[in-house]
Write a protein that binds this ligand. Structure first.
Ligand SMILES: NC(=O)c1ccc[n+]([C@@H]2O[C@H](COP(=O)([O-])OP(=O)(O)OC[C@H]3O[C@@H](n4cnc5c(N)ncnc54)[C@H](O)[C@@H]3O)[C@@H](O)[C@H]2O)c1
Length: 426
């Protein structure tokens, strides 16, 4: 067991909570901080306030090594290092909104003013290349009265977890990235990840920041590429998923993430690709490919509606069932879910929407309070047509006989038994 460290985690959303719970599992002591009193209370009860398999159990199992507070200063003063895991959303123009991370840095800086010894600040939040230098260093130095890299450590360790299997992804990641500027912080990161056997890549701060954006830009590109090929396949009556099985066996290409269908959503890909586009423009680089990735992604949900209209010319007053509201299975996160534009389109056509999701209905009601929500997936099947939007496991076992199904995610049973079936890219 490497040194047991005392760690504060600022921001107890998906990333902060998973990071802290996993470090507690590895034997470290963790102090969680959030500006939301509900989140703090939830952490202490082992209920983080969002759905992620195994997270509640992990918090409860390690409760002796976990505490939570709304007070950044006491957390920083009681610990050796501080992870920043606050939200970094998009501004209206797609650029990165650094308000939260700047505020968190100021609060940490005020605490650093009083730390007697070395303390390392580790950026987990996704930030554009140059943000640490341009935003965090001035905020931390101004409020602490100390010098970054000399009086306190500052580094970055971007996160690559996927919601829905976040704990497994964190503990058994393909790689960890250490973006560093001085050795003491590098050693802290090496200690924290000592038990990890994956490759550990040490880079400059800016390179580490860029690795995270490049990963997400590539994954988004792979999906939009799959969708464009999928749209051509659909026109030619070819199953694009079978095409990608053949393509993915090429070791230069790889089999993963050829997810042709209705596109990507979630809290990361859309905002990160838009932030990268905004940065490219600022640097006078024309991001032709990245713009196309976004454009394919935005038009893909509309294909579902177009396919529905092939079989139901007038959607006005028709009861349309929507299976799945979260942006992917095993999460209640609805940020940028493809269900949102799909339901907007259905409503503008005059349809009556009945929707179901195993865990995301309450979140969805905040955007669509007036559509009807079913108590079960079976209830949705009573609709005039059913759209499969998220590939939750339970949708793989429904009785689709006699149904008109438009499938955005390729559910085999629906494809095999629906009376009328259309796949978006197959
Ligand atoms: N969600 C993912 O799958 C994922 C994966 C990799 C990286 N990321 C990145 O990690 C970061 C966090 O993402 P998330 O999805 O966990 O965000 P989130 O919105 O779920 O949670 C952020 C939390 O930070 C809290 N917060 C904001 N300002 C604070 C402050 N000053 N002090 C204390 N708490 C504060 C908020 O109250 C909220 O609870 C983002 O930069 C995101 O891009 C997310």
């Amino acid at each position: 067991m490497p040194n047991r460290m005392k760690i504060s985690i600022i921001g107890t959303g998906y990333v902060g909570t998973v990071t802290g719970a996993c470090f507690a599992e590895l034997g470290h002591h963790v102090v969680f901080v959030d500006i939301s009193p509900q989140r703090v209370a939830g952490i202490l009860k082992g209920d983080p306030g969002f759905y992620e398999p195994g997270i509640g159990e992990l918090l409860k199992k390690n409760s002796q090594r976990i505490s939570a507070t709304e007070d950044t200063k006491s957390a920083v003063l009681a610990t050796d290092c501080t992870f920043i895991a606050v939200n970094t959303p998009s501004c209206a123009d797609g650029s990165l909104d650094t308000t939260y991370i700047e505020k968190a840095s100021e609060q940490i800086g005020s605490a650093l003013r009083e730390t007697p010894g070395w303390h390392t600040v580790i950026v987990k939040s996704t930030v554009l290349p140059g943000t640490i230098e341009k935003i965090l260093v001035p905020a931390l130095e101004r409020t602490s009265g100390k010098r970054a890299y000399v009086d306190f450590g500052l580094c970055t360790n971007p996160e690559f977890l996927k919601e829905g299997c976040a704990i497994e992804d964190f503990l058994h990641t393909d790689r960890v990235i250490f973006g560093v500027h001085e050795e003491k912080s590098q050693r802290i990161l090496e200690d924290l990840y000592a038990s990890f056997s994956c490759p550990k890549i040490v880079t400059s701060l800016k390179t580490a920041e860029m690795i995270k954006y490049t990963s997400n830009a590539f994954l988004s590109t792979k999906i939009s590429f799959s969708n464009e090929i999928g749209n051509i396949c659909k026109a030619l009556e070819i199953d694009s998923r079978s095409v990608f099985e053949g393509v993915g066996l090429d070791s230069r290409i790889g089999p993963h993430f050829f997810r042709s269908g209705i596109g990507f959503g979630g809290s990361c890909f859309p905002k990160d690709i838009n932030a990268l586009i905004a940065l490219a423009k600022e640097e006078q680089v024309n991001p032709v490919l990245l713009n196309a990735v976004v454009s394919v992604n935005e038009s893909q949900p509309e294909r579902m509606i177009a396919l529905l209209k092939r079989h139901m010319h007038d959607l006005n007053h028709k009861k349309i069932g929507v299976l799945g509201l979260s942006f992917k299975p095993d999460t209640d996160d609805i940020r940028e879910s493809r269900a949102i534009p799909i339901i907007h389109s259905l409503l503008s056509e005059g349809s009556c929407v009945m929707a179901y999701d195993p865990v995301a209905i309450e979140h969805f009601k905040t955007i669509f309070p007036s559509i009807s929500y079913a108590a079960s997936a079976e209830e949705v099947l009573s609709s005039d047509a059913v759209l499969i939007v998220t590939e939750w496991d339970e949708f793989k076992h429904l009785d689709y006989r006699e149904k008109l199904v438009i499938d955005g995610r390729k559910i085999k049973k629906a494809q095999e038994e629906a009376k009328i079936y259309e796949g978006v890219c197959w």
